[in-house]
Design a protein around this ligand. Sequence first.
Ligand SMILES: CC(C)(COP(=O)(O)OP(=O)(O)OC[C@H]1O[C@@H](n2cnc3c(N)ncnc32)[C@H](O)[C@@H]1OP(=O)(O)O)[C@@H](O)C(=O)NCCC(=O)NCCS
Length: 173
Amino acid sequence: MDDLGATAWPPAPIRTERLVLREPEARDRAAFVELLASPEVNAYLGAPRQREELERELPEVPERWPGSFVVELDGAMIGHVLLRRATGHRRPAAAGKLDLGYLFLPRAWGSGYAAEACAAALDWLAGVLPGEPVVLTTQRANAASMRLAEKLGFTEVERFEAWDAEQWLGMRP
Ligand SMILES: CC(C)(COP(=O)(O)OP(=O)(O)OC[C@H]1O[C@@H](n2cnc3c(N)ncnc32)[C@H](O)[C@@H]1OP(=O)(O)O)[C@@H](O)C(=O)NCCC(=O)NCCS
C-alpha cells in the first residue's frame, strides 16, 4: 500500500455512465496480453512485447496492485488506468508524486471512454487523498494522449528529451 498510503484497496467498483473501474481479475489476462502486445497501443511507449512471452510470463492476475484499475465496458476489459507513485521519476518536479497512466485497446479509442475512466479514477483519488497532485508524462507526438491530458485538466510543467523523443510532463493540482 506504499503508493496510496493508508487508502483501503480495492475500493468498491466505480461506476460511470458507461464503464466500470475495478481491480484486475484472472478473466482480464487475455486483454492484458492484447494491450501489451499491440503495436498500436505501444507506438509511443517503447516496443510492444512478444505475445508468446506475455502468455508465458504474465501472472494469473496481471497488474494487481493498489492504484491499478481495469476499465470494463459491457462486462469486458477495454483498458487499464494506473495511478502510481513516481518514486524514480527522472524529473524532480514529478519525483514522488502520483502519476497517471492510461492504455486502451484500439477498438475502444475514439468514444470518450479513456476520458470517462480517467476522470472517474481522478475523482476517486480526490475523495481518498484530497489535495494530492497528480502528474502525467507522455510523448509530445502522442496526439491522442496529449488531448486527453488537456481534457483532464493537466497543464504543462515542462518538456524534456528522453527515450529518443520529446516528452511532456503535466500536472493537475
Ligand atoms: C491515449 C488514449 C487512451 C486516448 O484514447 P481516446 O479514445 O483517443 O481518448 P478519449 O477517451 O479522450 O476519446 C477521444 C475521442 O472520443 C470522442 N468522444 C468523446 N466523448 C465521446 C462520447 N461521449 N461518445 C462518443 N464519442 C466521444 C471524441 O471524438 C474524442 O476526440 P477528441 O479528443 O478529438 O475530442 C489511447 O489513444 C491509447 O490507449 N493509446 C495507447 C496508450 C498510450 O499511448 N497511453 C499514453 C501514455 S500515458
